[in-house]
Each structure stands twice: as structure tokens, then as C-alpha cells.
Design a binder for this molecule. Structure first.
Ligand code: LMR
Length: 332
């Protein structure tokens, strides 16, 4: 009798072990719109590696770069519907979800450098913003850096008067719309995947990008001038479908959280250097002429762009803007 029980127990264990070994891995589809050799692309691949290693293959991360699976707007919908599980959209793309506060990151000149930015993204303000995603069925896991933007066009953009009447591609952010209008340009929202062709065919005249995007999308090949304006920041929030994430076994979630924490350190360590390298590659290509602003020209840009903070305070929240000023020590 005893022998029979032991045999049955052993058999049950063998069957359980075999079925675990055969169990399908949990698949995380991670969709993004940039190239693999960008800060976001490399960090997504690094997260995949760590996640698969730390879960011993119980999780499989499928990374779909370059808008292969979804373009900007569709990927947000896909995440909410559960067709993909993870995204890292730029902070300029969160307002259509109903969280306009993220557009604070788009305010021109609000961050002078990465250090100031990190005072926000790694502090209570960053945390508070991510919490605002929960009622939308999303969880914000981390902020990943990209960089400070340059302006490009087929004419030199040295002073605001140079922007008069030119069509500039923007991401879907009302702050970026106000920014371009303040300079005298005509903003046009386009999905990231459509920008190269729009520049090439003259649908738009210019755009703004961190160097890594300008370079890896080859936009510099169809833009004769690049102004090193550093007039605003572009970075990301890594987001997941809340129901999916909270439904994961606790041990798996812990392993994934640790993979994300390390992928975030990685992302934020490589972003600045990668952008500098890509700007150097644009320069070396000889296809675009790089323009640096004189102090007088920079003062003209700021005179036009800083008023955007007050103008758009009603949309983002005056208090939030003040909190950011306090956290970074920003002064107009
Ligand atoms: C853009 O649309 O310009 C960026 O948000 C693309 C990206 O993900 O860096």
C-alpha cells in the first residue's frame, strides 16, 4: 500500500515536471518604432536578454522594432487591447491616452541637461506621472532616456525668423504644436515611420529629433542643415498592460522587475554617448551642415519659446510646472 502511494506521488511529480518543461513560455511582445541601434532599441534588446535569462526561459520577449508591428497611434491601442504587452512610447505621445501631464517633458528648454531631467524622472514627480496611467489600464515601469533635440530643414535655421511658414513635422503633442507656432512654423503631426518619406517628398520641410533618430532613420540624408539647438528633450516611459502584468506569477514578475531595473540603468547609461556618436556620424557624412547657435541667436530662440510654458500651463497644470521648476532649479 505504502509503496503504491510513493509510486503514485513520484509519477505525479514526473508528470508535473514534464508538463512544466513543455509549458509554453509566457510571451511578451515589445513593440517600438525606432531602429535597433538606438538607445531605446538597444535597451529593449537588453531587457529581452535579461528577462529570458532570469526567468530561465519561462518568459520569451519578442521585440518588434522600426514600427514593424504597429505605428505610433496603433501601438497604444494594441497595448490597451492586449495585442502587445510592452511599449516604450516617447513622453510626447501620452496625451491621446488622456494623460496630458506627460507633455510637460516637451516644454522647450525646461531641462538644461540629463542631470536636471533625472531629478524629475527618478523623483516623486516622475513616480506621480506614472501612477496617472493606472486608470487607463496601464502600468508605467520606468523612464528610458533618449536625448536633446536638434532642428533640421533644407534651409539654415539660425533665428526664429528662419522658421516663418515652413512645415515642421512634430509628434502628437500640443506643446510641440505650440512650440513650432511660437517659432513661426506650421506644425504637422506625422507618425514616426512616415517622417523620412515626408521629408524626401517635401510633404514637410523639416523636423526635430534627438541625433540618434535623425541618424538611424537616415533623415539627415534629406535635410541639408541641422541646428544644434538642444531646445527640448525626448525620452520614453516603458509601459505594460496592467491586467497582463498583475496576472503574472509573482516570482516571474519579480524576475522581470529586476530585468527592467537593469535595462533602465543600461538605457540611461548609453543614451548620451550614443547621441553624441550619431551626431558625429551625421557630421562625418557631409550630407548635412551642422549649425551652432551664437549666444545672441540662442537668446532669440528662448525669447520666442519660453513663453510657451505659461501659454500651455492650463493644459499641463501650473502646479506640475512649478514642481518641476523647483526640482531642477529652473529659472526663466
Ligand atoms: C518620434 O516620433 O519622433 C519619436 O517619438 C520616435 C521615438 O520613439 O523615439
Amino acid at each position: 500500500m505504502k509503496k503504491g502511494i510513493v509510486f503514485a506521488a513520484v509519477a505525479a511529480m514526473v508528470i508535473a515536471a514534464a508538463s512544466t518543461a513543455m509549458a509554453e513560455p509566457i510571451v511578451i511582445k515589445f513593440s517600438h518604432v525606432v531602429a535597433t541601434d538606438t538607445p531605446k532599441g538597444m535597451a529593449a534588446d537588453y531587457f529581452k536578454k535579461l528577462a529570458e535569462e532570469r526567468t530561465n526561459g519561462a518568459v520569451k520577449v519578442e521585440v518588434y522594432p522600426n514600427s514593424q508591428l504597429y505605428k505610433d497611434k496603433e501601438e497604444m491601442e494594441a497595448l490597451q487591447m492586449g495585442s502587445v504587452q510592452m511599449l516604450a512610447p516617447s513622453l510626447a505621445k501620452f496625451a491621446p491616452l488622456g494623460v496630458k501631464e506627460f507633455e510637460m517633458f516637451d516644454l522647450p528648454y525646461i531641462f538644461t541637461n540629463y542631470e536636471d531631467l533625472h531629478k524629475v524622472t527618478t523623483g516623486p514627480i516622475g513616480k506621480k506621472l506614472l501612477t496617472m496611467l493606472e486608470p487607463k489600464g496601464l502600468l508605467g515601469l520606468s523612464y528610458w532616456d533618449n536625448g536633446f533635440k536638434v532642428m533640421s530643414a533644407n534651409k539654415p535655421l539660425r533665428v526664429p525668423a528662419d522658421f516663418k511658414g515652413i512645415k515642421m513635422r512634430i509628434q502628437s503633442s500640443k506643446i510641440l504644436d505650440a512650440q513650432m507656432r511660437a517659432l513661426g512654423a506650421i506644425p504637422q503631426v506625422l507618425a514616426f515611420s512616415e517622417v523620412y518619406q515626408a521629408l524626401q517628398t517635401g510633404v514637410v520641410d523639416g523636423c526635430e529629433n534627438p541625433p540618434s533618430n535623425l541618424y538611424t532613420q537616415k533623415m539627415f540624408e534629406v535635410q541639408k542643415y541641422v541646428t544644434l539647438s538642444d531646445h527640448g528633450y525626448l525620452g520614453y516611459a516603458v509601459i505594460v498592460n496592467k491586467k497582463f502584468w498583475e496576472g503574472l506569477p509573482a516570482d516571474i514578475r519579480t524576475q522581470l522587475d529586476s530585468a527592467m531595473a537593469d535595462a533602465t540603468i543600461f538605457a540611461n547609461n548609453i543614451a548620451k554617448e550614443q547621441n553624441e556618436k550619431d551626431m558625429a556620424s551625421v557630421k562625418a557624412s557631409g550630407k548635412s551642415e551642422l549649425i551652432s547657435l551664437t549666444p545672441e541667436q540662442l537668446a532669440e530662440w528662448k525669447a520666442k519659446l519660453l513663453p510657451v510654458h505659461d501659454k500651455m500651463a492650463g493644459r499641463i497644470g501650473k502646479d506640475l510646472i512649478q514642481e518641476v521648476y523647483q526640482a531642477t532649479g529652473f529659472k526663466k
